[in-house]
Design a protein around this ligand. Structure first.
Ligand SMILES: CC(C)(COP(=O)(O)OP(=O)(O)OC[C@H]1O[C@@H](n2cnc3c(N)ncnc32)[C@H](O)[C@@H]1OP(=O)(O)O)[C@@H](O)C(=O)NCCC(=O)NCCS
Length: 172
């Protein structure tokens, strides 16, 4: 197993797995398959290459050289927001689930977030009914601070989003 930041050479594999994620787990993402299906490989590459200002990057987890999962880390550069980072778009392909890949990817992105100068907490939003992801995040120490009612509307059905936070400095 290898975990590393994705770059331009990963664009095709990432786009294939991302579209699979949006098809297979529509309730887990705010983006829809229709939003992203038409993107060119150049557009995808531009989205996954680590931003020059450090505001976003995507980590991938590989098994035998095959991309099996990914997660994005967003670090907004505004001065008043720089103490926080956000995790987004976490996914492990069904064939690789329940083997510890999600937990390994999450550990790696937490280590990365902690290493960014000034970052003291990591937040994320998760569908309130997504038991697998909720369990994964809570086992890593994330705690809930609120629920946004009707955050997503998918095929006419509303879904609440739970907001979780992992504070690196529990005291303050
Ligand atoms: C959530 C997801 C990333 C977990 O990936 P994974 O590689 O299967 O996770 P792991 O094998 O590392 O499991 C880690 C922990 O997560 C929890 N977990 C994972 N899958 C679970 C499930 N189906 N039911 C309950 N808990 C689950 C467990 O606590 C597990 O620890 P354990 O195996 O010791 O019980 C994966 O199921 C996925 O991609 N789901 C669809 C997309 C999604 O929901 N993304 C999250 C968006 S916020």
């Amino acid at each position: 197993m290898e975990i590393r930041l994705l770059d331009r050479r990963d664009a095709s594999a990432y786009q294939a797995l991302r579209l699979q994620a949006l098809r297979e787990s529509p309730h887990a993402f705010s983006a829809s398959h229709e939003d992203e299906a038409g993107r060119s490989i150049d557009e995808v590459a531009a989205r996954i290459v680590p931003a020059a200002d450090g505001s976003a990057c995507v980590s991938g987890i590989f098994e035998a050289g095959v991309l099996a999962g990914f997660v994005a880390l967003v670090h907004l550069q505004r001065k008043k927001l720089r103490h926080g980072a956000e995790l987004a778009g976490m996914y492990v392909a069904p064939a690789y689930r329940r083997r510890g890949l999600g937990a390994a990817l999450l550990r790696a992105v937490i280590v990365h977030a902690r290493s960014i100068d000034g970052v003291r907490q990591l937040g994320l939003g998760v569908n309130a009914t997504n038991a697998a992801a909720q369990a994964l995040y809570r086992s890593a120490g994330f705690v809930s601070w609120g629920v946004q009612p009707r955050a997503l509307q998918i095929d006419g059905v509303f879904h609440d989003e739970e907001h979780l936070l992992l504070r690196f400095d529990a005291a303050g």
